[in-house]
Design a protein around this ligand. Sequence first.
Ligand code: C5P
Length: 242
Amino acid sequence: MSRRRQIYEGKAKILYEGPEPGTLIQYFKDDATAFNAQKKGTISGKGVLNNRISEHVFTLLAQIGIPTHFIRRLNMREQLIRQVEIVPIEVVVRNVAAGSLSKRLGIEEGVQLPRTIIEYYYKDDALGDPLIADEHIACFGWASQDEMNDIADMAVRINDFLAGLFAGIGIRLVDFKLEFGRLWENDFSRVILADEISPDGCRLWDMATNEKLDKDRFRRDLGGEAEAYQEVARRLGLLPEG
Ligand code: C5P
């Protein structure tokens, strides 16, 4: 592995200093965690697939005018990104009831929601990323009202685009998580899409069979995680047909 200076190591990724000021290298690991890292494992080849899938999705999002941190993919496991100040909020977009929403509110998994829901979670491992309201964000100054307006607008546009993209390849976009970061230019900042979009942070169900093609296979001990991620990449046209 490289000898670049490591800036940060997360559960599934490592950030290294980039070649130019204002850039970082995002390295995708095969490590998988769930339930706030109480469950740990590896999914063989996941880093390579997520790097490729996230590159593809971020490139398409840039084409519809969503500003992102992605610059270019460098190799199988690394991409060059813009350095941002991560907004400490995980943005979850839901189209279908599943996961923590189903558990918290007793709504059966798989029920189509009458309208899309955007939820915010405070990004804090020690607290287990608690669900928060706009009032908490404003009260504790985690983001400004202007930033939250931009984030909500982008989340809706990203959802519309991705739901269509996945529907076109027979996949239901149940829910997904986004992270945003502040890009500073002189004394001004704007929020742009950061982190990754991959089966690690999305629920993707096969439309015909309802088979799960995402990290729930790992969380719920269903097996076949690597094959599921490969299937998503294959349907996106990122792997040879086979
Ligand atoms: O667990 P929950 O139902 O709240 O997750 C909603 C969506 O957000 C899922 O697609 C899950 O993969 C994603 N998520 C994530 N990282 C977290 C929490 C949720 O990627 N820390």
